[in-house]
Design a protein around this ligand. Sequence first.
Ligand SMILES: [Zn+2]
Length: 243
Amino acid sequence: MKHLLASIHDVGPRFEHEVDLLHDRLTGHLGGPRFAMLVVPDHWGEAPLRAGTPFATKLRGWADSGIEMFVHGWFHRDTATHSGVAAFKAKHMTASEGEFLGLDHATALDRMRRGKALVEDITGHAPAGFIAPAWLYSSGAKAALGEAGFALAEDHARVWSPARDNAVLTRGPVITWASRSRPRQLSSLAAAALLRRALAPARIVRVAVHPGDTTVPRLLDSIDTTFVAFRRRVPMRYAQLLA
Ligand SMILES: [Zn+2]
């Protein structure tokens, strides 16, 4: 049987409206809340997740409905200064959204532990794992994942288990879209069209959507086309990879 792992990135009060739209869209395609959410504890230091707020209640309801919750960085934005390859990646690949690319081990571990505790407190469920903003990790951040107690992590190319000696659980590129500029939109549309075909034989396919996608109709069309193309696949939970 072939499976689909779907996720909504950048979930938090900053993008509440956009996340609502994506929640409804994916629920429609997948026949229920059969996807994951990546929760940002304090997006850009401007949108803190707080217990007792309406958004916290909504998040808990979504977790209770079966949506897997991942910790997705802390600020999301990259506040560190980089040198060499990391500087190039940070500047050209992420528009400075790769928060964990430049973090040392201790800082990464601290943010991971606080994020884990916060998401568990707000949702009432232990987070399924940790996924770094823009899927970018420093070596210190990679090492901290297991110490922070995360069972699952992923990047562009794989899902692995920090709790199990970093055993790789599935491989293959994520189908995702970029809304930031027209050239990026066009290249992400081309990549999605290519990957819909190329990944047809794959046992597991990952699809990730972002709040900004909801502002660009042609990206939403491509997202719909992608879910329709994979409609015979069974949506799965990331935690099933550990079974
Ligand atoms: Zn993100």
